[in-house]
Design a protein around this ligand. Structure first.
Ligand code: 1CP
Length: 349
């Protein structure tokens, strides 16, 4: 069998519609919860290559998926740049803050950042050596805007107002922070590719926070710079961009940034994905994670609408955002089976 994900991303017709799920390794899996409890700390899981490799592979043992995604987190970069990071139970991440030029200048850069992230790169190599031939390995990082928003807010925030204000004003220190993140993130993705990642995804989870002009300046432009640098260093390695909740900003995003595929949230109608967006880029998405919890015929209908609207050779079937902990495992099985069944009915793809 071919690597269906890689086929779609390089313009070839895949043997089947590729499927993977954002956050596919994680708390909805009992084997993840068990290991997580034994180890005690999420960050220790991320920085112990043997364990991170095991967790990366867990969803692939259960489901017939076409990709593995490195088990790590977008907040490992700010931590490697010198900010304190902890994950408190039920509260999410708590991170040291950067809110002025002094804070940006105090951040570490260059080789020391990559040295701290070396265990993650090690995980990539281990996973690459263990994957079945048809499974593609995805590396990732957060987009500069999304990572900057956590660094400015000091962790999760209901509305990211301080970060949005800095973006709207275009403060010098904010621009300097984005520039630093562009360069560190490219080096980090580059090290993942050198270790065996075949595709990389840039998560801009909070792209939808930005007004149109700020979206161009702080989401599109930095991602475009990252893609240009990556393409120069690693020609032929596909890049997936995920400007979540970008709305009208999805149109032309691939052209403006150079990404090979665009991840799309669940608010976007499948028809528009098929008729408009998939003509300019490969489309990734966009089953609602809540519909996956609902399961049953609700899920079947959502899968059918999507696979009917978007041709398999231009589609990576995924969720519109990460899978959530209360998702029943048999609903994931049902979704995968339904996609495979529909593939068989529409061999024309
Ligand atoms: O308690 C635990 O076990 C930790 C839960 C957890 C997990 C399993 C966190 C904390 N991160 C992860 C792994 C993770 N994070 C992956 C692994 C690969 C996979 O299976 O997909 C990936 C790709 C991420 C990416 C990530 N982390 C994003 C971007 C994608 C998205 O969901 O929007 C973001 C925003 C984060 C930050 C983060 N890390 C963890 C949490 C709870 C959060 C979100 C906090 C918030 O909502 O603001």
């Amino acid at each position: 069998m071919d690597k269906a994900l890689l086929s779609v991303l390089t313009g070839r017709t895949p043997e089947r519609r590729p499927i993977w799920m954002m956050r596919q390794a994680g708390r909805y899996l009992p084997e993840y919860r068990k290991l997580r409890t034994e180890v005690g700390s999420f960050l220790e899981l991320c920085y112990t290559p043997e364990l991170a490799c095991e967790v990366t592979l867990q969803p692939l043992r259960r489901f017939d998926l076409d990709a593995a995604i490195l088990f790590a987190d977008i907040l490992l970069i700010p931590q490697a740049m010198g900010l304190d990071l902890s994950f408190r139970e039920g509260e999410g991440p708590v991170l040291g803050t950067v809110r002025d030029m002094g804070g940006v200048e105090a951040l570490d850069g260059g080789d020391s950042v990559l040295d701290r992230l070396a265990p993650v790169t090690d995980t990539v190599g281990r996973v690459a050596a263990k994957l079945d031939d048809h499974v593609t390995l995805i590396g990732f990082c957060g987009a500069p805007w999304t990572v900057a928003s956590y660094m400015i807010e000091g962790g999760s925030s209901p509305d990211r107002r301080t970060a949005r204000l800095a973006a709207a004003r275009g403060d010098d220190w904010f621009e300097a922070l984005i520039d630093r993140l562009v360069s560190v993130s490219v080096d980090y993705l580059s090290s993942q590719i050198a270790a065996g990642a075949e595709v990389v995804q840039i998560f801009d989870s909070w792209a939808g926070d930005l007004a149109a002009a700020e979206f161009e300046r702080w989401s599109v432009a930095p991602v475009a710079r990252m893609v240009a640098m990556l393409k120069e260093r690693h020609p032929g390695v596909p890049v997936i961009g995920f400007p979540r909740a970008a709305g009208l900003g999805y149109e032309g995003f691939a052209r403006r940034t150079g990404v090979d595929a665009v991840g799309v949230d669940a608010s976007v109608p499948p028809r528009w994905l098929g008729d408009v967006l998939s003509r300019e880029a490969v489309v990734q998405g966009n089953i609602d994670p809540v519909v996956l919890i609902a399961g049953g015929e609700t899920l079947d209908r959502a899968v059918d609408r999507l696979t009917e609207a978007v041709p398999a050779r231009r589609h990576i079937l995924n969720l519109g955002h990460g899978i959530v902990p209360q998702t029943p495992i048999d609903h994931v099985e049902r979704m995968v089976a339904r996609v495979r069944h529909n593939d068989g009915r529409d061999a024309s793809g």
